[in-house]
Design a protein around this ligand. Structure first.
Ligand code: CA
Length: 224
């Protein structure tokens, strides 16, 4: 499931759009203010962001710059009633990938979202860590060049750690990103067991425990 950040202070739009996006299998994280969005960006890794520009406590332009400073590969689409050329230009200057003017049609926005996601997917390349390589496009983990079968849950954890390669992520961050086969968030104990299984499959050094902070997959290495 793709993690989508929707920053919008109009409840009507939030309701309609969240519903449409959930139907399309997006996990929608709604924020009504700029502050909420910036806080959430610290704990969730998004796949795409949809931003209103006029917010009660700030502007979507600033959120866009902030999100891009954390993750320059994050696709951002502005959704706004501001249709002046200068607004559009400011939006693209802030790093936006697309700009949709209200009122909008859900289907059109959805297809623009999918386009933006596709654009970023290209150029996705193999990530390596020690003897491991991870192909984000194919969703495959290799150990010494051999594909390692992982359960869906193990894969989500490994994939999240690779997305944050070289950075330590907390157990809470991981827990906020993973769910079991029936779509429920998993508990602490399940995470512990999964990490143990991942190490059995990928090697004891694959996932490093950072005491009191969380877990990390190291960058680079000598993968074949
Ligand atoms: Ca607004």
């Amino acid at each position: 499931m793709k993690q989508l950040l929707l920053v919008e202070d109009n409840d009507m739009i939030v309701k309609g759009l969240s519903y449409a996006l959930r139907q399309e299998q997006f996990q929608v994280h709604v924020c009504n203010t700029a502050r909420e969005a910036e806080n959430l960006a610290g704990s969730v890794v998004f796949d795409i962001a949809i931003l209103d520009i006029g917010l009660p406590d700030g502007s979507g332009y600033d959120i866009c710059r902030y999100l891009k400073s954390i993750d320059s590969e994050l696709p951002v689409i502005f959704l706004t009633a501001k249709d002046e050329e200068t607004d559009v230009v400011t939006g693209f200057d802030a790093g936006a990938d697309d700009y949709v003017i209200k009122p909008f049609r859900n289907r059109e926005l959805l297809s623009r979202i999918n386009n933006a996601l596709r654009r970023y997917k290209k150029g996705g390349s193999m990530l390596t860590s020690g003897a491991l390589s991870f192909d984000p496009d194919q969703g495959i983990v290799y150990r010494d060049g051999v594909e390692v079968p992982l359960t869906a849950l193990e894969f989500r954890i490994v994939s999240y750690l690779f997305q944050n390669q070289g950075r330590t992520v907390s157990r809470e961050q991981i827990l906020s990103r993973i769910w079991d086969i029936s779509g429920n968030f998993v508990n602490d104990n399940t995470l512990t067991v999964s990490i143990k299984r991942i190490r059995e499959k990928l090697g004891p050094e694959s996932v490093i425990t950072v005491k009191g902070l969380g877990y990390r997959i190291e960058k680079g290495g000598t993968s074949k």
